[in-house]
Design a protein around this ligand. Sequence first.
Ligand code: ADP
Length: 284
Amino acid sequence: MRILAVGVATIDIVNTVGRYPPEDGEVRALEHHVSLGGNASNTLVVLSRLGHHCSLAGAIADDPGSRQILQQLQQHGVETHYLARHANSITPTSYITLSRQSGSRTIVHYRRLAEFGWRDFSRIATGQFDWIHFEGRNIPDLRRMMAALKARPEIACSLEVEKAREGIEELFPLTGLLLFSRGYARHQGFSEAASFLAGMRDQVTPGTTLACAWGEQGAWGMDGQGGLFHAPAFPPPRVVDTVGAGDVFNAGVIHGQAAGEALSGVLTRACRLAGEKCGRKGLT
Ligand code: ADP
């Protein structure tokens, strides 16, 4: 399948520590690695490994970090043709502290780069793609992009809803697959996924598939007929790195949906893929 994802590419600088340091403290890292990050990029790297033809549409700076990003994307077989380059910008960077004691990851993100916008998107010949996946950010422009695709029902469309951004709910009727995060569900006042998904059903076009990952508890999903499914997590022998687990899960769901599999099987496969990832450093 030919897949385009609209979203960001970042550099992740990951330090593993024994336990998270107190404020104003100092601690030595046990491990350190630098890798490609960003939700859309991560999801594409996994989809590429699953055999799809992937292309990233996003903004990119013109600095050493951006060259590292280009190299990494190309190494993972992700096309970079539709990246919009911006001079005098800085590659978005996530400084991530992974705590071995708790398994948590604390992220400080720095960004000074324009968003990929409607004008960039309108230059893409979207007809060459079977599936377009959107990261839920830059909402006004995304609304135009997704509305334009509404007139092209032959192109499947998915939306990742990770953060509660103003107006993001207006995008829900514009897609056939919504991928929610636990953080978004909690922000809406829900402490578990099943009732959150049931509540979401009124906000989407009938027939839309919903999924919501919930860390060590696995994931829940609701198919187009309102059937609710749960898949447990697949814990690895040792949890090594959970950074990007949600992005891997999303790739698994897109892969399964595209193959026309039933949602229960799709969720199970996506959780297995994400669980395997948690057992190793980095994405692949
Ligand atoms: P995010 O990375 O966006 O915070 P989640 O924490 O919800 O996303 O994780 C996404 C998926 O990754 C979960 O549905 C689950 O299948 C898997 N996962 C996450 N943490 C673990 C874990 N500790 N053990 C096994 N699987 C996990």
